[in-house]
Design a binder for this molecule. Sequence first.
Ligand code: UT7
Length: 374
Amino acid sequence: MSPAHIVGWGKYVPEQVLTNADLAQRIDTSHEWIIARTGVSERRIAAEGETTSSMAIQASWAALAEAGASPAELDLIIVATATPDYIFPATACLVQDALGATHAAAFDLSAGCTGFVYALGVAADMISAKDRPGSTGAALVIGAETLSRITDWTDRATCVLFGDGAGAVVLRRDESEGGVLSTVLGADGSGGDLLSMPAGGSAEPCSHRTVSERRHFIRMRGREVFRFAARAMPEATQRALEQADLTVGDLALLIPHQANERILDAAARALNLPTELVYSNVARYGNTSAASIPIALCEAVEEGLVQRDDVIVCVGFGAGLTWGATAVRWSVPLPGRPPSPWRTLRYRLLQAYAMARSFALRALRYIFSRGLGE
Ligand code: UT7
């Protein structure tokens, strides 16, 4: 086994900003309440036509460009999401097609807000195994969500929390030291009803009743989720560090799921970590579920808060219930390569190629199926 290293990172957030003041005009809430209870000041909302896959694709191109990787190198694409474009096909397959990732296996992973940590652990293990035939040892791991489409905008207890966006990392197998050191994952399905979208699956298929009873939206028992999170995040962080033979003292930065500033503060207190070592951008984006950790990681790197040889832990909790943490020794020199006209041109050409390839495949399939029908 050789370690998997994070060699590229990228994010995409929609342009449209929804502030607390905007929400206070629609529902019975206030900026003061939202800030005091959650720390969220504003969130991004996908425009009409933007989808989980379209945001994932943007974040993926950014991550590939940062890694200097081409889509054809990828072995594997995992999209962690609770808001896929469709129940099937997988959003990861839409991303695979849009990137022209001709050699990649692609699947979605559902683990609520812990999805990105789960996906990172699965991908790191898969590409670390050197003896997989045909493996190039590169994976794209994405967290992407369009939560605004499953948010009940009449429910003030939940709608103030969530936002849309996507983050992605490129993982590459490499003999060098560092990379993903350990991953701890857990689940407790007995708490599944604390945070769920009741209808739309095979248990409660879409019907007039499910729509009129607003069962296609997020339902949450906030206080119980809060209590679970305040316990699960520090425990998972400790265990991931222990598995890597490290302690909290070795930690350069904790990158937690951005659920609520109070939960981040509680985790910092439980771990005895100064709050400066707990990354937070929850004020700007709210809770973007599986997208929150990769977006936060990307911004932490861009802000120069992560340096080569630093130990970071990404930790999440969410629907399922699920939790997970992964310890990473950052192995890429920073800042990354500055953008150059050649790099921009290379990725424009790769994007044009991917679009042309997808169009040609669809056209051939259409022509072939018409031919068979005659
Ligand atoms: O990715 C995982 C996703 N989930 C989470 O991370 C959620 C974890 N939980 C939380 O973040 C918090 O529980 C919330 C932010 C959701 C709620 O905060 P809280 O301190 O637990 O408030 P609460 O639910 O106990 O409600 C307190 C009061 C209630 O009024 P009464 O019954 O005391 O009169 C609510 O009706 O606040 C009221 N309230 C609001 N007031 C103004 C609830 N939502 C709002 C609102 N604006 N948006």
